[in-house]
Design a binder for this molecule. Structure first.
Ligand SMILES: Nc1ncnc2c1ncn2[C@@H]1O[C@H](COP(=O)(O)OP(=O)(O)OP(=O)(O)O)[C@@H](O)[C@H]1O
Ligand SMILES: [Mg+2]
Length: 298
């Protein structure tokens, strides 16, 4: 694996050298033996280690490229002042692949949005400011991110809108400014501690249209459920209000277009609905996707 062309990693430039990579035999076994499982995502398991560190041990189906993006994305963001974990070691050799970095205490933002609705709009505005900062990180020679954009992203809107409208929308998003993005800035991938946010999980980071990166966050918030104690329609209104607060704060901080974000959000919603398994949840997400798409006609 080559780290050529990438920041050296770690909290500050120069913190980690490629020769430092922790690839010794048995290292992953030692993590599992001494570490305490802190969290588990689709791609990996997070172990707490002694000395304020964590190891993210990746599951077999996560490609090496995903680890490299996580390491490089986190390092680039951190060296440009984005609050995130400090990545220190990357191992992609052998069957067990992992990254060692700093333990970041805090509560997942997703939990706070559920538990503290009165604080949620403020937290979303703070997340928007961090997102605008992420988009100020110079674009690295990353591979394009894994947002499923394709050559004609607006094609998925065809069932909902007349052709002439779609052509107009396609023209607008073709002009989207390309830069560095997180790729999956979902509330579950952000920790909050004493009101400060820390961004995690850079495995999908890379280069792409920045308003599409914002739309990915909007899609996640619109599609997620926040607890089961209030009626679904209230949840939906709540999620829309969070997205509105988020987009308003992001556009104020970045100067980018709210309409461009709405186009990308409709695209992301339709795609997300299409890949969900059949059921009530799929129907709810598809209904919201139609609403997003039709809202673009005006
Ligand atoms: N550096 C860290 N310090 C403390 N907790 C962390 C750290 N990194 C991750 N976690 C916790 O572990 C959880 C899973 O981590 P992460 O999102 O990085 O895994 P993932 O497998 O890539 O997730 P996904 O399912 O989104 O692909 C996070 O939601 C977070 O709560
Ligand atoms: Mg995650």
């Amino acid at each position: 694996m080559s780290l050529n062309g990438w920041p050296a990693g770690g909290g500050q430039d120069g913190d980690v050298r490629p020769g430092d990579l922790w690839s010794g035999p048995g290292a992953a076994g030692a993590i599992a033996a001494t570490g305490v499982e802190l969290g588990r995502g689709e791609k990996g398991v997070i172990y707490g280690l002694p000395g304020g560190k964590v190891a993210k041990v990746f599951l077999d189906d996560a490609p090496d490229a995903h680890l490299e993006q996580e390491f490089r994305g986190a390092a680039a963001a951190r060296s440009h002042g984005v609050p995130t974990w400090t990545v220190e070691r990357l191992s992609v050799e052998g069957p067990e692949r992992f990254i060692v970095g700093s333990f970041e205490p805090g509560v997942p933002l997703a939990s706070l949005l559920r538990a503290r609705p009165h604080a949620a709009a403020g937290l979303m505005r703070r997340l928007a400011a961090v997102h605008a900062d992420i988009h100020r990180v110079p674009a690295q020679p990353h591979r394009r991110w894994r947002l499923p954009l394709g050559p004609d992203p607006t094609a998925v809107l065809r069932p909902f809108l007349p052709r002439s409208t779609i052509e107009r929308l396609a023209e607008i998003i073709r002009g989207s400014e390309v830069g560095f993005g997180h790729g999956d800035l979902a509330p579950a991938n952000v920790h909050c501690r004493d009101g400060e946010l820390v961004v995690l999980d850079w495995g999908r980071s890379g280069r792409g249209p920045m308003t599409a990166d914002v739309a990915q966050t909007c899609m996640t918030v619109l599609s997620a459920r926040f607890g089961a104690t209030t009626p679904a329609w209230l949840h939906l209104r709540y999620r829309r209000a969070l997205v509105d607060a988020y987009v308003a704060a992001y556009t104020a901080a970045s100067g980018r277009s709210a309409f461009e974000i709405r186009i990308w959000t409709a695209i992301a919603m339709v795609r997300n609905g299409a890949r969900m398994p059949p059921g009530r949840r799929k129907a709810a997400v598809e209904s919201e996707a139609r609403r997003c798409a039709r809202g673009l006609a005006a």
